[in-house]
Design a protein around this ligand. Structure first.
Ligand code: GAR
Length: 190
């Protein structure tokens, strides 16, 4: 029987996608959530990962930049590194060690509304302010530039003229909840 692929998840905040992924891969034979990494000691993501019985690693920006985090990820034999609401830039030394193994989800239809400062609610606000009629989520490989790596998949939702930032956020969360597990399943099956 094939060994399950090792998945590590990076979070900086609530980690609701992380929780969904941990639940999804529980007891499966194709993938295993090996650890959750975070640059925030106090975030809900880390708290929930611990409650769900997954190993956690908290690190500083300096440790990320100096290569200690990449070293640890190598030691864990990670097959896939998943950024699920992770807000620090991944340095080039890290991305070059894990080419096409780091995946990010971004809450817009890239290349629109990506780049530095574009995360979470800020993205939805910019989309609403631009009077867009649709938005969505983008899964992409991570390179050294924010939100610029090759696209893996995109999923859309429509925006009604009366939609608020919160309404759009809810639609995006629903898309992420539905599609994140299936996208990872396909990647680890390759
Ligand atoms: C998600 O909507 C994700 O797409 C977004 O942060 C949210 C994290 O939610 N990521 C970015 O904006 C990255 N630029 P969660 O912590 O509850 O999973």
């Amino acid at each position: 029987m094939k060994k399950p692929k090792n998945i590590v998840i990076f979070v900086s905040g609530n980690g609701s996608n992380m929780s969904n992924l941990i639940t999804h891969f529980e007891g499966r034979t194709d993938g295993n959530i090996e650890a959750v990494f975070s640059n925030k000691k106090e975030c809900l993501g880390i708290e929930n990962a611990q409650k769900m019985g997954v190993n956690t690693v908290v690190f500083s920006k300096q440790e990320l930049e100096e290569g200690n985090v990449a070293e640890l990820v190598q030691l864990l034999n990670a097959d896939l590194i998943v950024l699920a609401g992770f807000l620090l830039k991944i340095p080039k030394e890290f991305t070059s060690q894990f080419e096409n193994k780091i995946v990010n989800v971004h809450p817009s239809l890239l290349p629109k509304f990506g780049g530095k400062g574009m995360y979470g609610r800020h993205v939805h606000q910019a989309v609403i302010e631009a009077s867009e009629t649709k938005s969505g989520i983008s899964f992409h490989y991570v390179n050294e530039n924010y939100d610029e790596g090759n696209l893996i998949a995109q999923f859309e939702c429509s925006i009604d003229p009366t939609d608020t930032i919160e309404d759009l956020q809810k639609k995006i969360q629903e898309l992420e909840r539905k599609h994140f597990p299936e996208v990872l399943e396909k990647l680890i099956a390759q």
